[in-house]
Design a protein around this ligand. Structure first.
Ligand code: DON
Length: 579
């Protein structure tokens, strides 16, 4: 070997040996650092509004409410008041809670409402137009959060969103990306087209999006509270449009809408306390189930992206998604085996069924009798006192059902597609689900949304979540593994390419570059069917905060920044900002 090559080899060896094992330096920008508070959202104007609330003495819940309303204006593909979502809160004293403000099925909904006379699934019925709409929960959710745990008046928190809707905001490249490919869908609904298209054409960078009707709806909520939405003119306008266009929403559905405050799901992974979404989300339960399985393997030692690491991740996902798709549903309608699924003994049993050298076969796991660009958004906030809030909320598909009730400016969700329209028929996200998630009046469809807060030794450690349909669970999980097991900093952890398995179809989906050709060969030899999925929108957009340092190594070394925020590089218009 020529001496110059020898020299460079020894330099490389020296550098890699002298760095601590966790000092990975991936190709990601530095996390954003702040001392008093951090807000990470999918749209920078909404982030700024959240930071302003914190600076003005509001707490993380106040900021979450203001951001929720702001995203309804600046991020119309997913930010909403016509949809629903979940909020996980960890208070400064360590107490935790969870608000379920997801959509409920209208009273006139039936189990077979998306099937034709022959019993076949009618494509589009659960995703397009008013029949796809569930009773929205966001307005009630934000108000319950604010009145129970916030400190600021509602009008103060909505006001910035009203101004943005009324005066409009200039669209940047990242904003325009969210509209890409949506023109035909939005053109179908005249009220949606009048707002979200510019004379029938897509908006261009530099143009202004003004939403006068939405400004008026938001102002009436600011003035009259939730009644304006659930008992007044807004509900009337939505019900009227629904009746005229084949929907089944009734005024009584709005009047009876109630938020549920639930105990979050909790588990412990390698000493870290995870708090996440309980049913009607599958998110927290399935993240815990997968983490419990993985805890039995030396993931950190096996290494990021190694075939054996990916193999056990796939197998844990495969087993957990069987449970997700067959056993879980709205807790008011079905018994959810949460304690069994989050039990370490059950995880051990699953490990016993995983062959270390061979891929499992999904078809053999179908339980006896077992007969989604998509859009959601997640934001993470932490305030000066250490109160942390994680919110994931959604219209389900991009721009929801693609309809706006005339006069309201409010895009409506197509969340009904998250139910099992017909056992065995995949939904928008390819999920094949069962009876526990069948449609019933007043029922909430099973979700994957996973707003998650992690603490260590009683102190907040990480706030994390993502959109991504069925992949929300594995996206959130992988960000956690990347930080805890692989030592990545928070930015690298949300940016790293991902893999996903959801039991059915029996395939490993990988984001471009997630696995090297060598690793793919090893996995194929084990029997895995690995497919590159280039549809970028489905890989989610995580937003995370790490407390005490940008990575575990930084935290352990001491002296790291208090708050470290990272907005997924897949997000066009987002921002992590603090003060
Ligand atoms: O609740 C759920 O699981 C879905 N409605 C989430 C949809 C979603 O994440 C779409 N975004 N990519």
């Amino acid at each position: 070997m020529p001496s110059s090559r020898l020299k460079s080899l020894s330099v490389t060896l020296f550098v890699s040996l002298s760095l601590p094992p966790w000092a990975v330096q991936a190709a990601s920008p530095e996390p954003v650092k702040a001392v008093h508070g951090m807000v990470v959202t999918a749209q920078h104007l909404a982030t700024d509004i959240g930071v302003e609330v914190l600076k003005n003495g509001g707490n993380a819940v106040d900021a979450a409410v203001a951001v929720g309303y702001a995203l309804a204006v600046t991020y119309p593909t997913a930010g909403n008041i016509g949809g629903g979502g979940f909020m996980t809160i960890r208070f400064k004293d360590g107490k935790t809670t969870f608000l379920d403000f997801r959509e409920r099925a209208p009273q006139a909904a039936t189990k077979s409402m998306y099937l034709d006379a022959k019993g076949d699934f009618v494509k589009g019925a659960s995703t397009d137009g008013y029949l796809a709409v569930g009773v929205p929960g966001s307005v009630m959710g934000f108000e319950v959060a604010r009145s129970r745990y916030g400190t600021k008046p509602l009008s103060e928190l909505i006001e910035p969103a009203v101004a943005l809707a009324k005066e409009g905001f200039v669209l940047e490249e990242g904003d325009i990306n969210a509209f890409r490919g949506r023109t035909d869908r939005l053109a179908k609904d005249p009220a949606a087209a009048a707002i979200f298209l510019n004379d029938g054409k897509p908006f261009a960078v530099g143009e202004k999006l003004v939403q006068a009707d939405l400004a008026a709806s938001l102002s009436s909520i600011a003035e009259k509270g939730t009644d304006a939405f659930y008992k007044g003119a807004i509900a009337d306008q939505i019900v009227k449009a629904s009746a005229e266009k084949g929907g089944v929403l009734a005024k009584a559905d709005f009047e009876r809408y109630a938020v549920r405050e639930l105990e979050p799901v909790k588990c412990n992974y390698r000493g870290y306390d995870i708090v996440s979404s309980p049913p009607p989300s599958s998110g927290g339960v399935i993240i815990c189930e997968i983490l419990n399985v993985l805890e039995g393997y030396p993931i950190s030692y096996m290494g990021y992206g190694a075939a054996e690491t990916v193999h056990v991740m796939i197998e844990a996902m495969r087993h957990a998604y069987v449970d997700r798709n067959t056993a879980l549903g709205d807790p008011d309608f079905v018994e959810n085996p949460v304690s069994k699924l989050t039990d370490k003994a059950y995880a051990k049993e699953i490990r016993g069924r995983i062959d270390p050298f061979r891929a499992g076969v999904s078809a053999t796991l179908i339980p006896k009798g077992f007969g989604e660009s998509k859009e959601t958004t997640h934001y993470s906030i932490i305030d000066d006192e250490g109160n942390a809030v994680a919110v994931t909320y959604t219209l389900n598909g991009s721009f929801g059902a693609g309809v706006v009730a005339p006069g309201t400016g409010i895009l409506l969700n197509n969340e009904m597609d998250d139910f099992t329209a017909k056992p065995g028929v995949p939904n928008l996200y390819g999920l094949v689900q069962g009876e526990a998630n069948a449609i019933a009046p007043g029922k909430t469809p099973l979700s994957s949304m996973s707003p998650t807060i992690i603490s260590k030794d009683g102190k907040p450690f990480m706030v994390i979540g993502s959109p991504g349909g069925a992949r929300i669970i594995t996206i959130t999980l992988e960000a956690i593994l990347n930080v805890i097991d692989h030592g990545m900093n928070i930015q690298e952890a949300v940016d790293a390419p991902r893999i996903h398995h959801q039991w059915l179809p029996d395939k490993v989906f990988m984001e471009p570059y997630a696995l090297s050709p060598d690793t793919r060969k090893l996995l194929s030899a084990m029997g895995h069917d690995v497919e590159i999925d280039e549809s970028w929108t489905i890989w989610g957009q995580a937003t995370g905060i790490l407390v005490g340092g940008e990575s575990l190594a930084d935290i352990e070394a001491g002296g790291g920044a208090r708050y470290n925020g990272a907005v997924d590089s897949r997000i066009g218009a987002g921002a992590a900002r603090g003060y």
